[in-house]
Design a protein around this ligand. Structure first.
Ligand code: GLC
Length: 822
């Protein structure tokens, strides 16, 4: 068995890393996009405020070796019996073996506890909700057998706020970087850092609640010997004091020497460091607030209340502890992070240049985070609607600080009527409908939202109701079709990397359109607009017929047609002959008749499934082919080219539940559950407490290796697959549908679901060991017909559910599309 680096501690809702030398850095998120970033298990942090590309704070370079200094750290100078030692309680950069180490990866906090040189350090790092400061609450205890004197030295290495320039211009950047001491009165100081052009605007600051002996702001002086001194042994720490140099150029750091004085055996002292960004006038307030450690504790408690509330909307107890751990803690946490950070900042996605918040990605992210935090989801949905164009299509991404939008990698200009990403605009239909079902806030449909028009002042832009936005989205796809009457691909659809020239057609877009039509039909019926519902039903039937006429390939659905009508994702193709999404979405959209649905999903199992997850497509292209696109830049087995692209796995799970195959859906769930990879982690390499975006497929020599952890649509969709489809607790317009599709081995499970002001304690019994089929349902002791629990305004309600194989189910589950005939 390979080595493990930690374990889950569900009681504290933490993952505990017990060896700092993980295969790659394992990170956590603190704060939000407004102020925050990632922090790794060795205390390094990449922080930004509002924009990781244009307002970066710390210089964290993921490409450097793991042993290097990254962004932030902490040194201790420990003097015992007249002898001093410089140590790193976070392991890097000194790398001396620690007598004890644990990093508790918590809910928006990181707690590193370590022991070295007879001193125990417990440091909790977090951002108080809504504030522009990172706090490090550091408790130092003398666990040795004699008195010890300890100096605490927090260090930050700053980036120019323009992260790209930091790397692009090695003269301009250092010529602009300034540091300065700010006296805060009462013996308190902050060390400021800012590029010259920001002197009177927002500046970075590092401070502490204790008196500071001295400081350093210049990296060269701190390391010494013209930087032939190193982070591992900074020469400045050999002297009694730091030089108190206020840098006027160069590579700026912030280092504070904070003497704790003498600690008797067993004695503890606490110091709080405060790293933030604010205007000069605000700094004294930020630092003053946290001078009192009780305020730090209160800030931490308020962060925990947020998470208690967020997680309490859905808690389950099933026979599978790894499932429960993910569904109750880690997966919803990841959903929250994707909803906040989109694909903007991670260890792999650095928010520099042309990557903003994606229309498609964020629409899907809201669906994972909205049950716990509907207000944030709503805010994001509004922004997304505001970058939709008048014709119904959408800009591909936006930058939240400016609300400027563009089309990312596609060099096209959608405003000139050119179709760019053929799928983007359709995702918002799914997001809005999910929001309405979750909250019941139907008035949102009448809210006016402007359409995007670059360069035009907001008041002059055309606006329309949210309902109209959704209708235009559908209309756009309906009227942008190719030679087979299927929706055009544009530059790309969900799969960014297949970029076929000309007017190629996309089956994914057809299926997503079908799914959006199903949602709109349901919405219109709920609104009592039978006419519009009927129109959408006709559109759905028309597209279903086209798809089934031209895209069924014998054992599966093809994925694309080129401009001249050649299929891709067909048995006729030697590479890329089958694509997962064309099968799962054929089912999700209700387009696949049952026989084809079963066959298509069986083909996925036979041709694309591996023990580490389902591949996106196969076989991989084995040479670069620009006319096919970015997919061919990867070797076979990597990323979209035959890799296990995790985002598409939960769609297969959902499709399997729609066909009632709970054992298979659950097998697919388990094989990508990162918690289950904890014991072969040297192969998987990435964090076992969140989903990565991709795992190398079986055509690759490193089959099983994960990458691009955290920011992936996998989070939202796996959460949806687990909660709404496997456990089957689905919010609808009129009630909570209970329609589990579980492994037959389970005797039952329990769920607590809070929604629209009431809590439902749902107990499902499966004595007959079936996969699906509600045969009895009681609410507060009274039997009801069907499997939809009506919404209550308040209180706790007991829901008892019996699964079984009585021939006729009590009702058709609300979300199961009617499968159309061929
Ligand atoms: C990345 C993108 C996402 C896209 C996927 C597949 O995850 O963020 O938008 O759908 O790759 O290409």
């Amino acid at each position: 068995m390979s080595q493990t680096y930690g374990h889950f501690d569900d009681a504290t809702r933490e993952y505990v890393i017990t060896d700092p030398r993980t295969p790659v850095k394992w990170v956590n998120y603190i704060g939000s996009l407004a102020f925050g970033g990632i922090i790794d298990q060795t205390g390094g942090a990449l922080l930004c405020a509002g924009d990781p590309g244009l307002n970066r704070i710390t210089k964290y370079i993921p490409q450097l070796p793991a042993s290097d200094f990254k962004g932030t750290t902490l040194y201790l100078r420990v003097t015992r019996g007249g002898k001093s030692r410089i140590v790193s309680p976070f392991f890097t950069p000194c790398l001396d073996p620690l007598d004890h180490y644990e990093c508790r990866v918590g809910l928006s906090y990181q707690k590193i506890i370590s022991e070295i040189a007879g001193v125990r350090v417990a440091a909790t790092v977090f951002v108080p909700p809504g504030e522009p400061v990172e706090l490090r609450n550091i408790e130092v205890t003398n666990i040795g057998e004699s008195n010890v004197s300890v100096d605490v030295v927090p260090v930050v290495e700053y980036s120019h706020f323009d992260a790209l320039k930091q790397f692009a211009n090695a003269d301009w950047v250092p010529q602009t970087m300034m540091s300065e001491k700010l006296d805060l009165g009462g013996g308190q100081m902050a060390l400021l850092q800012y590029p010259f052009m920001r002197k009177d605007g927002e500046v970075n600051f590092l401070s502490t609640n204790l008196p500071v002996d001295s400081f350093e702001s210049d990296r060269k002086r701190f390391l010494g010997s013209n930087e032939y001194g190193s982070w591992r042994a900074p020469e400045a720490l050999l002297g009694e004091h730091l030089s108190c140099y206020e840098a006027r150029r160069g590579d700026n750091i912030g280092a504070l020497l904070i003497p704790l004085g003498t600690l008797a055996c067993g004695e503890s002292k606490r110091v709080v460091t405060i790293l933030g960004q604010a205007s000069r006038g605000e700094i004294v307030g930020h630092v003053g607030r946290y001078r009192d450690p009780a305020a730090v504790d209160a800030a931490f408690d308020s962060l925990m209340s947020f998470w208690d509330n967020y997680l309490s909307v859905f808690q389950c107890q099933t026979p599978d502890p790894a499932f429960d751990s993910m569904v109750n803690i880690h997966n919803p946490r990841q959903c929250y992070m994707t909803m906040n950070w989109s694909r903007y900042l991670s260890l792999y996605q650095l928010g520099i240049g042309t990557r903003g918040l994606g229309f498609r990605d964020s629409s899907q992210d809201t669906m994972g985070g909205m049950s716990g935090d509907p207000a944030t989801a709503l805010g994001l949905i509004r922004k997304l609607l505001s970058i939709q164009l008048r014709d119904g299509s959408a800009m591909h991404q936006f930058y939240p600080k400016t609300m400027h939008a563009d089309c990312g990698d596609a060099a096209e200009e959608p405003e000139k009527g050119k179709l760019v990403y053929g799928d983007d605009h359709l995702w918002i239909v799914l997001a809005v409908c999910a929001y309405l079902k979750e909250t019941g806030e139907m008035s949102f449909l009448n809210e006016q939202v402007t359409f995007y028009a670059a360069g035009m002042p907001l008041p002059e832009r055309e606006s329309a109701t949210v309902m109209e936005h959704l209708q235009r989205a559908l209309e756009y796809t309906k009227t942008h079709t190719g030679r087979n009457g299927l929706p055009l691909l544009g530059y790309a659809d969900w799969n960014d990397t297949v970029n076929l020239p000309g007017d190629a057609e996309s089956l994914f877009n057809a299926f997503l359109y079908g799914t959006a039509l199903l949602e709109m039909m349901e919405l219109c019926r709920h609104l009592g607009d039978g006419k519009l519902a009927a129109t959408y039903q006709t559109d759905h039937a028309i597209m279903a017929e086209r798809v089934n006429q031209v895209a069924w390939d014998g054992e599966w659905y093809v994925r694309y047609f080129t401009e001249d009508g050649q299929p891709l994702g067909s048995i006729k193709n030697s590479h890329g002959s089958i694509y997962t999404n064309a099968q799962s979405w054929a089912v999700l959209s209700g387009f696949a008749p049952r026989e084809r649905a079963l066959q298509a999903l069986d083909s996925v199992k036979d041709k694309l499934n591996t023990r580490f997850g389902i591949k996106l497509s196969g076989p991989g292209f084995n040479r670069y082919e620009p006319e096919i696109g970015g997919i061919t830049t990867y070797p076979p087995g990597a990323k979209e080219n035959g890799g296990i692209f995790l985002h598409s796995n939960p769609w297969v799970m959902i499709a399997e539940t729609m066909l009632g195959r709970g054992d298979r859906a659950f097998q697919y769930y388990c094989q990508i559950n990162p918690a289950k990879r904890n014991d072969d982690i040297d192969l998987f390499e990435v964090e076992p407490y969140c989903y990565p975006q991709n795992i190398l497929g079986d055509e690759h020599p490193q089959f099983g290796l994960g990458r691009n952890s955290w920011l992936s649509g996998t989070a939202s969709w796996t959460y949806q697959a687990a909660t709404r489809h496997i456990l089957g607790i689905r919010p609808g317009y009129d009630g909570l549908t209970v329609d589990p599709c579980i492994p037959s081995a389970w005797s039952g499970f329990e769920v607590k679901r809070r929604i629209r002001g009431a809590e439902y304690r749902i107990k499902v019994a499966n004595a007959e060991h079936v996969n699906a089929g509600v045969i009895q349902l009681a609410v507060d002791g009274r039997q009801i017909k069907g499997n939809v629990v009506p919404y209550f305004d308040s209180g706790t309600h007991i829901v008892e559910v019996l699964l079984g194989c009585r021939k006729v189910r009590q009702s058709q589950p609300a979300n199961t599309p009617e499968l159309s005939p061929v």
